[in-house]
Design a protein around this ligand. Structure first.
Ligand code: PGA
Length: 239
């Protein structure tokens, strides 16, 4: 059985100081985990600290966004070149970026292209199958380079948003993850995101089409995140 991928999305939480504290609390336990591939996606400002604190460890670092543009006159943007050496993964197309920042499918595709050119793994959020169709229509590399992409099936209605957990039914999520893989037409990594927490993570990870999870709220507190990882220790997993 392949290791589940666990991508923590801290969203807009954590100062540099809080990042250092989180790592201090979690690193000793995280270091002993060999049954999951762990990625922590922090705000840009915390990336240098995170990359240095987790250097040569089993835990990888990711960003939560990247500019669709390369170097140039784009005030306030963080380009893919700037992520080089800091992040090995980058979340793209999150529904919160669409909702609050007007991000469109064209932007998402440009970001995926930039990341692939720089060998940073895109963690591509897919809200539904229509959105996947639109991505494919705009960028054939979504299929051609699908092995280099982590697809996240993340229905916006299931996102906790820092409030109450409201996950999608795991069987339904499994079904939809399977449809994403079918549409891409090759073996790919599809993970699930939306209210994943220590109580439901094993259920999601035991679904045949779901290769891992993307917890938001449940990743920001180090103890909760470690409980989540404990819940998917292989002994507890049936696949
Ligand atoms: P959540 O967030 O786990 O708090 O629902 C997931 C996400 O939106 O990335």
């Amino acid at each position: 059985m392949e290791k589940p991928i666990v991508v923590a999305n801290w969203k807009a939480t954590k100062t540099i100081k809080e990042t250092i504290e989180w790592v201090k609390d979690a690193k000793p336990s995280l270091g002993g985990i060999d049954y999951a591939d762990i990625v922590i996606c922090s705000p840009f400002t915390s990336l240098p600290a995170l990359a240095s604190l987790l250097d040569k460890s089993n835990v990888k670092v990711g960003a939560q966004n990247v500019s669709r543009f390369k170097k140039g006159a784009y005030t306030g943007e963080v380009t893919v070149e700037m992520l080089d050496g800091l992040a090995q993964y980058c979340i793209v197309g999150h529904s919160e970026r669409r909702k609050y920042f007007g991000e469109k499918d064209d932007d998402v595709i440009e970001k995926v292209k930039n990341l692939l050119e720089h060998s940073i793994t895109p963690v591509l959020c897919v809200s539904n199958l229509d959105q996947l169709d639109s991505y494919i229509e705009r960028g054939q590399m979504i299929i051609q380079e699908a092995e280099k992409i982590i697809f996240v099936y993340e229905p916006p209605t299931a996102i906790s948003g820092g409030g109450a957990y409201r996950p999608e039914n795991p069987e339904e999520a499994n079904n939809n993850a399977g449809k994403i893989e079918q549409k891409i037409g090759k073996e790919i990594a599809v993970i699930y995101g939306g209210s994943v927490n220590p109580s439901n993570v094993a259920l999601f990870c035991s679904q045949t089409n779901i290769k891992g999870v993307l917890p938001g709220q449940a990743s920001t507190d180090s103890d909760t995140f470690l409980s989540l990882l404990n819940a998917i220790r292989p002994s507890g997993l049936v696949k």
